[in-house]
Ligand binder design. Structure first.
Ligand code: FAD
Length: 496
């Protein structure tokens, strides 16, 4: 251990890094470096001292041990699709970005045990496709699935469109391998459903956003592949009707409602305008729309009558009679179902091209969603005349992406920024009033660190700080994200 800890990596330190990862593991091209320093929305908050891509757990361990020895800070990184400024540097030149992209092997698929063992850098879509090739299914599904990596999904405890039925990423994990902040490797790569030997360590690392260690491998659960799937796009008169529709659908589908997504007309308008090839699924404009999917693992029955599509059609006809549904279309084939999903998953991309907007990733108990929307819209519209709320998202599990478009005429992000601060407080205070969460699935990162401190109790903050201090006493692992051990530490917040 050197006598003095350094915080800004010296050239000698960078030389040692190169010795560990080799030339191939050092990212030096300026454009390539910029990718690793910039979050998905295009914001850059800090610059990395170096970007390294180790190729094995041994290399990850050696890099982390070296950083620990020299007090150099590390930002673990997957596909850089996170939305809360967690996977990019927030300081200037004293952090190392450690990308897991080269740890990208599928190590084992066991269709009999329904497990898959993977390295942290495997892209989510590759996991889905590998499961499908074995007639199995990996349910985590989200708009960024072609780029995000399983290590990132685990570290953010990603949710997505199927949480309603299958649970979030935490529910998909049987075991983990993790490089601890001092470089030691914790081998918890067990494929056990039952394991009550003391504290459940793996659950500490899931959702920790890289602040407690680097996930290098995981044993995942896989599931029987759905074979009979019905996908519908619906117009509903109000969120309250959607809630009733969902409650009845669970019974009508033998509890096989696998997705229930809320779409707002204003969001849909933006998608049709900005995303080439998208079309309205229904005639005319409807403020509230729902994308609903039912899935069965049984093959489609030959008579068709008892299949998911027929059952959904009968159920929706009844809902129309009761006034719960204004209009509906059920996908007639896989291509049409994919087109519906493409619309749903294009919200974030369309948001990058639209007028200034902001987004809050919140959750409340499912049954409170209609009242929450009513109260939150009213409070925002009173405080900010002309503001255009367009809440949407994973309504079936209580998670809304509470989006707002700036009032008509506001064209510059900078002009909208002070309003975002006002909305921040309005939405999060309302979440607190409804006993909800200010981060449902995206995490805290740097953007919501101060909000976490504002809304969580002193007891919860004390426990989180104690865990962080115990596992990462030198504070080298993704500092400035999730929780500050020292509340006087400066914060770079970024933007929503
Ligand atoms: P990164 O962005 O690279 O990192 C995210 C966090 O994980 C950082 O804190 C990073 O330090 C840490 N990390 C990454 N890899 C490791 C590792 N191996 N060990 C330790 N820490 C690590 N999220 C949802 O939950 N649901 C959605 O429906 C959803 N939809 C999205 C749609 C779009 C279009 C986009 C752009 C994003 C969406 N997201 C969604 C957010 C994002 O895709 C997820 O948070 C994803 O899980 C991040 O994975 P990543 O590999 O890109 O991680």
């Amino acid at each position: 251990m050197p006598d003095t800890l350094i915080t800004t990596p010296s050239s000698a330190f960078l030389g040692k890094l190169r010795t560990i990862v080799g030339d191939k593991g050092m990212v030096e091209d300026a454009q390539a470096r910029a990718f690793h320093e910039t979050d998905w929305r295009g914001f850059t908050m800090g610059r990395a001292a170096a970007v390294v891509k180790p190729a094995s757990v041994e290399e990850v361990s050696a890099v982390v041990a070296l950083c620990s020895e020299h007090g150099v800070k590390i930002v673990p990184q997957g596909g850089v699709t996170g939305l809360v400024g967690a996977g990019v540097p927030v300081r200037d030149g004293d952090e190392i970005v450690l990308s897991l992209a080269r740890l990208n092997r599928i190590l084992d698929v066991n269709p009999t045990a329904y497990t898959m063992t993977v390295e942290a850098g495997v892209v989510l879509q590759t996991i889905q496709e590998t499961a499908a090739a074995h007639d199995r299914y990996f349910p985590i599904s989200l708009g960024a699935q072609g780029s995000c990596m399983i290590g990132g999904n685990l570290s953010t405890n990603a949710g997505g469109a199927t949480v309603l039925h299958y649970g979030n990423t935490r529910a998909m994990v049987l075991g983990l391998e993790v490089v601890l902040p001092d470089g030691r490797v914790w081998d918890g790569l067990r494929a056990l459903k039952k394991d009550n030997t003391g504290y459940d360590l793996k659950d500490l690392f899931v959702g920790a956003e890289g602040t407690l260690g680097v996930i290098t491998k995981a044993v995942l659960k896989i599931f029987p592949r759905p074979k009979d799937v019905a996908t519908a796009w619906l117009a509903v008169p109000a969120p309250k009707a959607a809630l009733e529709l969902l409650a009845g659908a669970r019974i009508a589908a033998d509890d096989n409602v696998t997705s229930c997504e809320l779409v707002h007309e204003l969001g849909l308008e933006g998608i049709i305008k900005h995303i080439p090839g998208t079309q309205r699924p229904l005639q005319g404009r409807h403020t509230w729309q729902i994308l609903m999917e039912w899935s069965s693992t049984r093959p489609i029955p030959e008579d068709g009558e008892s299949g998911m599509r027929a059952r959904m059609e009968a159920y929706l006809a009844g809902c129309m009679e009761k006034g719960l549904v204004d209009d509906a279309v059920i996908a007639q084939n896989e291509a049409q179902a994919r087109a519906f999903w493409h619309i749903r998953e294009s919200h974030a991309e369309a948001g990058r091209h639209s007028d200034p907007a902001c987004s809050f990733d919140i959750s409340v108990a499912v049954e409170k969603i209609p009242a929450f929307i009513e109260a939150c819209n009213a409070a925002a519209e009173t405080a900010v005349p002309g503001i255009r709320p367009r809440p949407m998202g994973h309504m079936g599990d209580g998670n809304l992406h509470y989006n707002f478009s700036a009032p008509v005429g506001v064209k510059a992000r900078a002009e909208f920024a002070p309003t975002v601060k006002v909305l921040d407080r309005i939405v999060h205070d309302m979440v607190a009033r409804f006993d909800g969460s200010i981060s449902a699935e995206h995490g805290i990162g740097s953007i919501k660190l101060l909000e976490l401190e504002h809304y969580r109790s002193q007891t919860e903050l004390d426990v989180m700080r104690a865990i962080k201090k115990a596992l990462d006493p030198k504070g080298t692992m993704n500092p400035g994200k999730v929780i500050r051990v020292d509340p006087s530490e400066a914060v770079r917040e970024g933007t929503l």
